[in-house]
Design a binder for this molecule. Structure first.
Ligand SMILES: Nc1nc2c(ncn2[C@@H]2O[C@H](COP(=O)(O)OP(=O)(O)OP(=O)(O)O)[C@@H](O)[C@H]2O)c(=O)[nH]1
Ligand SMILES: [Mg+2]
Length: 228
């Protein structure tokens, strides 16, 4: 019995040990019109699966993912927000403390592209002004009867003129899904390195883990909260 408890205790500690060890934790948000594929992108990133059934998000959904940037473990804390207008006042609350955003449109619906400016203004107003924004052209797998109505060039031009990153992705085929999140994290990591967030220890935007270069892993201590 005691042995069993010790064993279990070890299991719990090991789980804590491995899940909590990171150099930094970044809060990211996924925003954009309803039906563009935000939840599918998060599900593809975290579960490696595509859900063809449309489940409208009510409020927000949460997911997390460990990635490696510059050889360092980085934890992404990701909030998938509802695209429907009626949830906007609730979802805005989750923008606070975000240092990165995936601004998603659906290449088969022009309306979702035309709304990007409004979403961008909203996130820049309600989150950190140093926010890194990745414009995500989702559903790039479509062809045949359903055609892409927004060209890649239009998406790139919007991103360039608004100082955002840009990537064409597909939550269905998984093309560029991980790359979109990783590239956003790399940009944030560079900003941290450049001191754009000030002294990270005093920042309320980035959570620092206790991962050490030489030792590899260590139990993480949370110094700063990045949640709203
Ligand atoms: N062909 C294709 N369909 C997709 C893709 N991503 C999502 N879809 C479909 O688009 C629909 C909406 O996807 P969701 O992820 O639920 O959309 P959402 O942006 O989270 O919508 P809200 O929660 O209402 O804001 C679903 O029927 C998905 O199956 C994609 O990459 N390719
Ligand atoms: Mg959703």
């Amino acid at each position: 019995m005691i042995f069993f408890l010790i064993q279990n205790h070890h299991l719990i500690n090991l789980k804590f040990f491995f899940t909590m060890s990171y150099k930094y934790m970044f809060k990211l948000i996924i925003v954009g019109e309803t039906g563009v594929g935000k939840t599918c992108l998060l599900f593809q990133l975290t579960a490696g699966q595509f859900n063809p059934v449309y489940d409208v998000t009510i409020g927000t959904e949460y997911g997390s993912k460990m990635i490696t940037v510059d050889g360092k473990p980085i934890k992404l804390q990701i909030w998938d927000t509802a695209g429907q207008e009626k949830f906007r006042s609730i979802t805005r609350w989750y923008y606070r403390g975000a240092v990165g955003a995936l601004l998603v449109y659906d290449v088969t619906r022009r309306h979702t592209f035309e709304q990007l400016s409004s979403w961008l203004a909203d996130i820049r107003e309600h989150s950190d002004p140093r926010l890194t924004v990745m414009v995500v052209a989702n559903k790039c797998d479509v062809n045949g009867e359903i055609r892409a109505v927004v060209s890649k060039e239009e998406g790139e031009e919007f991103a360039r003129s608004n100082e955002c990153l840009f990537m064409e992705v597909s939550a269905r085929t998984a093309v560029n899904v991980e790359a979109a999140f990783a590239t956003t994290a790399e940009q944030i990591y560079k900003k941290v390195g450049n001191g754009d967030f000030g002294a990270v220890e005093e920042s309320t935007r980035i959570t620092i883990g206790n991962w050490r270069e030489n030792k590899g892993v260590a139990v993480t201590k949370r110094f700063n909260s990045c949640c709203g």
